[in-house]
Design a protein around this ligand. Structure first.
Ligand code: NDP
Length: 370
C-alpha cells in the first residue's frame, strides 16, 4: 500500500521534501466484529489549503495536526472494497475524509457521503460537489445574505471555492469582480466564469487604488447590473441617496479567501452595511507571525458585518446544495475548472503548489482510475 507520509511538523512554507512516499506492507482489513468501518480504494485526493494548518503542531484548533510518520489524511473520492456498515456496500462510491494512500481503512463512516450522481465526473466530488462546493454555497448564500444587483468582490477567485462563488453571484444578478495571481487566471475569470471584471493582484502596487477602479467609478455598472431602469442622472442618484440605498459606492459583499493586505484594502472600499464572509486567509498560513489588519475601524464606521465560518457547520445543507447545483452542472449553466495531478507520488507537489498559486482551478490528484 503506497502512502504519502508527513516526515515532521512544518514551519514556514511547506516543501515537497516534507512529505515522503512509502510502501506499507500492513494488510488492511475490516475487523470481523466491527459495525462501522469501510475499506476503500482511493481514486481522487483533494489538495486543500487548510491542510497546511494540520502540518503544524497545533492545539485547540478546529482540526487535528497530522501525525508525523503516518499517512496524510484529507478529502477524497474512493470505492468501497469491503464494509461492515449496512449503508455502505462493496462497490459503492463515496467522498469524505480518507488517507493519502492507495487503500484506506476508514474506521468510522460518520462524515462519509455516498455518491449518488455517477454521470458527473468523479473528480468533481473533491471540488464543486465536495467540500469546496459546499463552502462556496454556504459561505455565499448563508453568510453573505446576497441580493440581486449587489456588488461582490472575491479574492483567490479562480480557485476551488472562488470560481463557484463568482458564478453563484452572477446567477443571482450581482456585479462580480475577482482577483487572481496570473494573467491566465484573470482571463479565465472573465471568459469562462462570466465575472464582470478581474485583476491580477500581483501586478497592483496599490490594492486600494485597484479596487477603486472597479467599485468606485463613474456611471456605474451596478445600476445596469440590477436590470433596473434607473437612469444615472443626478436626480435618480439623488433619489437613491435619499432612500439611503446605494451611497457610498463600493463593495457590498467581500468573499475573503486571501487575508492580509487584500483585506485591508477591501475594508477601505466596502459600502455601508456591507458583509464580509471570512472563508480563508491563505496569505497568512505560512507566516510565523500573521499580519494584523490595520483598517478594522471601517467595520464600525461602515457598519460592516464580518463573519467567519467553517463548512463543517453546514453539511446538513449538502442535500439542498446538491439539488441546486447538479442540474446547473448538467445544463451547462455552471463551469468548473480542475487541475488534476497524475499519481499519488505527485500529491506533495500538488499540495504545496496551492501556496504559490501553481494550481489553475481545483487542485486534485488522481490515484487510480476505478
Ligand atoms: P484555491 O483553489 O483557491 O487554491 C489556493 C489559491 O490561493 C492559489 O491558487 C493562489 O491563487 C491563492 N494564493 C496562494 N497564496 C496566496 C497569497 N499569499 N495571497 C493571495 N492569494 C494566494 O483554494 P480553495 O478554493 O480550496 O480555498 C480558498 C480559500 O478558502 C482558502 O483560504 C481556504 O483556506 C478557504 N477555505 C475555507 C473553508 C471554510 O470552511 N471556511 C473551506 C474550504 C476552503 P492565486 O494564483 O490567485 O494567488
Amino acid at each position: 500500500n503506497k502512502q504519502i507520509v508527513l516526515k515532521d511538523y512544518v514551519k514556514g512554507y511547506p516543501k515537497e521534501s516534507d512529505m515522503v512516499l512509502k510502501t506499507s506492507s500492513i494488510k488492511l482489513k475490516v475487523p470481523e466484529d466491527c459495525h462501522d468501518a469501510v475499506l476503500v480504494k482511493n481514486l481522487y485526493l483533494s489538495c486543500d489549503p487548510y491542510m497546511r494548518n494540520r502540518m503544524s503542531k497545533i492545539e485547540g484548533s478546529y482540526v487535528d495536526s497530522f501525525t508525523p510518520g503516518s499517512p496524510i489524511t484529507g478529502y477524497g473520492v474512493a470505492r468501497v472494497v469491503d464494509s461492515c456498515h449496512p449503508n455502505f456496500k462493496k462497490g459503492d462510491l463515496i467522498w469524505g475524509i480518507t488517507g493519502w494512500e492507495e487503500y484506506s481503512l476508514i474506521k468510522s463512516t460518520e462524515g462519509l457521503f455516498k455518491i449518488q450522481h455517477t454521470d458527473i465526473p468523479l473528480s468533481y466530488y473533491t471540488g464543486i460537489l465536495g467540500m469546496p462546493g459546499t463552502t462556496a454555497y454556504c459561505g455565499f448564500y448563508e453568510v453573505c445574505s446576497p441580493k440581486e444587483g449587489e456588488t461582490v468582490f472575491i479574492s483567490a477567485a479562480s480557485g476551488a471555492v472562488g470560481q463557484l462563488v463568482g458564478q453563484f453571484a452572477k446567477l443571482l444578478g450581482c456585479y462580480v469582480v475577482g482577483s487572481a495571481g496570473s494573467k491566465d487566471k484573470v482571463d479565465l475569470l472573465k471568459s469562462k466564469f462570466g465575472f464582470d471584471d478581474a485583476f491580477n493582484y500581483k501586478e497592483e502596487p496599490d490594492l486600494n487604488a485597484a479596487l477603486k477602479r472597479y467599485f468606485i467609478k463613474k456611471g456605474w455598472s451596478r445600476l445596469a447590473c440590477r436590470e433596473r431602469k434607473l437612469r444615472t442622472t443626478s436626480s435618480s442618484r439623488d433619489n437613491e441617496r435619499s432612500l439611503g440605498n446605494v451611497l457610498p459606492d463600493g463593495i457590498d459583499i467581500y468573499f475573503e479567501n486571501a487575508g492580509g493586505k487584500m483585506l485591508d484594502a477591501v475594508l477601505l472600499n466596502m459600502r455601508n452595511h456591507g458583509r464580509i464572509a471570512a472563508c480563508g486567509m491563505i496569505s497568512q498560513y505560512n507566516l510565523e507571525e500573521t499580519e494584523g489588519a490595520r483598517n478594522l475601524f471601517c467595520l464600525i464606521t461602515k457598519r460592516i458585518r464580518m463573519e467567519g465560518f467553517l463548512v463543517f457547520d453546514y453539511y446538513h445543507l449538502y442535500p439542498k446544495f446538491s439539488d441546486m447545483v447538479v442540474p446547473l452542472i448538467r445544463q451547462g449553466k455552471i463551469s468548473y475548472v480542475e487541475d488534476i495531478a497524475q499519481g499519488l507520488e505527485s500529491a506533495p507537489a500538488a499540495l504545496i503548489g496551492l501556496f504559490s498559486g501553481r494550481n489553475v482551478g481545483k487542485q486534485a490528484v488522481v490515484v487510480a482510475h476505478e
